[in-house]
Design a protein around this ligand. Structure first.
Ligand SMILES: NC(=O)c1ccc[n+]([C@@H]2O[C@H](COP(=O)([O-])OP(=O)(O)OC[C@H]3O[C@@H](n4cnc5c(N)ncnc54)[C@H](OP(=O)(O)O)[C@@H]3O)[C@@H](O)[C@H]2O)c1
Length: 302
């Protein structure tokens, strides 16, 4: 059985779909947002005894942990909450995984870097500049320590694609532009946008292949957030003039953002070879567009 902790989120939702597509038995957890379909249980990662009890009762062979308190500015405001969920919670699930001989797959981020020299490979030294980034580093270390280095750490970045909560950058942008709203978008944040379908596919491949250690799983193209936004407008035929390029510092966000970030994907491409999926963002946007069109036309026939 494949257990996905945080399956109500964007990455966890894509993972559940990928596992179901492969006809693997799976169970997802949610915290505050129960997804409309799927096999779900409620779990708060910050309650270590509940985490241990769930693993003891369900005895999964694989435990994926995309669950995280992902509000980067919220983590800056409330480091204790961030630590309880993002570090202690991961430590609890890693300990339970090790005790029951389950494979642990933990999701991390390019926010473990300071963003001065991206894109980064797996060997680059970490240098977090926010509470969230620091806690992702501590969680990676806890996952490896508790599992005696048997865990798989999947680092990813700027994830987008189909998502039932529709809250990722690309889906929110499509909505805002469709409503004719101006959207300020930083042109100094560089990254490697990642299609959530690819992320789920490559993660499951790595997990089933019993890979361990850190793997970057991201898109191949380096671009600024502004370039990504312009590509969204172009693909979905929306008004590009509503996208206003700004400097990150103008957004006055609480937590610092790594600016020159992104992740190199040579390792995952080499290890997975023909099974790797690292679609560039333009191609991924086309795929997303096709999927949304198909859903809309299927909905229209009802
Ligand atoms: N999205 C990105 O662009 C991106 C970029 C880099 C790295 N990542 C990493 O990828 C992972 C998944 O990201 P995502 O985009 O899927 O995040 P997300 O959509 O915000 O989902 C977070 C998940 O964690 C769950 N969760 C939050 N607090 C919890 C708690 N106390 N106990 C148990 N579950 C809790 C949420 O449950 P409810 O919704 O039900 O409350 C949700 O299922 C994270 O580790 C993140 O660091 C994401």
């Amino acid at each position: 059985m494949h257990l996905v902790i945080g399956a109500s989120g964007q990455v966890g939702g894509a993972l559940l779909l990928e596992l179901e597509r492969r006809k693997l038995i799976c169970l997802g957890t949610y915290h505050n947002h129960k997804a409309p379909v799927g096999n779900f249980e409620k779990l708060d990662l910050s309650h270590a005894e509940d985490v241990a009890a769930l693993v003891a009762r369900t005895r999964p062979l694989y435990i994926y942990v995309p669950a995280s308190y992902t509000n980067v500015d919220g983590c800056e405001d409330d480091p204790d909450k961030s630590f309880a969920v993002n570090v202690r919670g991961v430590q609890a699930i890693a300990a339970a995984a090790h005790q029951h001989r389950a494979k642990l797959i933990y999701f991390s981020s390019d926010y473990v870097f300071d963003g001065t020299s991206g894109p980064y490979d797996e060997l680059a030294p970490v240098s977090p500049i926010s509470v969230y980034g620091r806690h992702k580093v501590e969680a990676e270390q806890a996952a490896m320590k508790e599992t005696e280095d048997a865990a798989l750490i999947v680092r990813t970045t700027v994830v987008f694609g189909p998502e039932w909560q529709q809250k990722n950058f690309v889906l929110r942008l499509i909505k805002q532009l469709s409503e004719g709203r101006e959207v300020p978008v930083p042109d100094d944040q560089i990254g490697t946008p990642t299609f959530n379908r690819d992320l789920a596919h490559s993660t499951v491949e790595l997990a089933l292949g019993d890979q361990t250690g850190i793997f970057n799983v991201a898109g191949e193209d380096l671009c600024s957030r502004y370039e990504l936004a312009m590509a969204v407008a172009e693909t979905f035929e929306l008004d590009e003039e509503l996208i206003i390029p700004v400097q990150t510092e103008m957004l006055a966000q609480k937590a610092k953002r790594p600016l020159k970030a992104g992740l190199k994907v040579d390792k995952v491409k080499e290890v997975l070879a023909r099974n790797a999926r690292v679609t560039g963002f333009r191609e991924a946007l086309e795929e997303l567009h096709r999927e949304i069109d198909e859903l809309e036309s299927a909905g229209g026939e009802d």
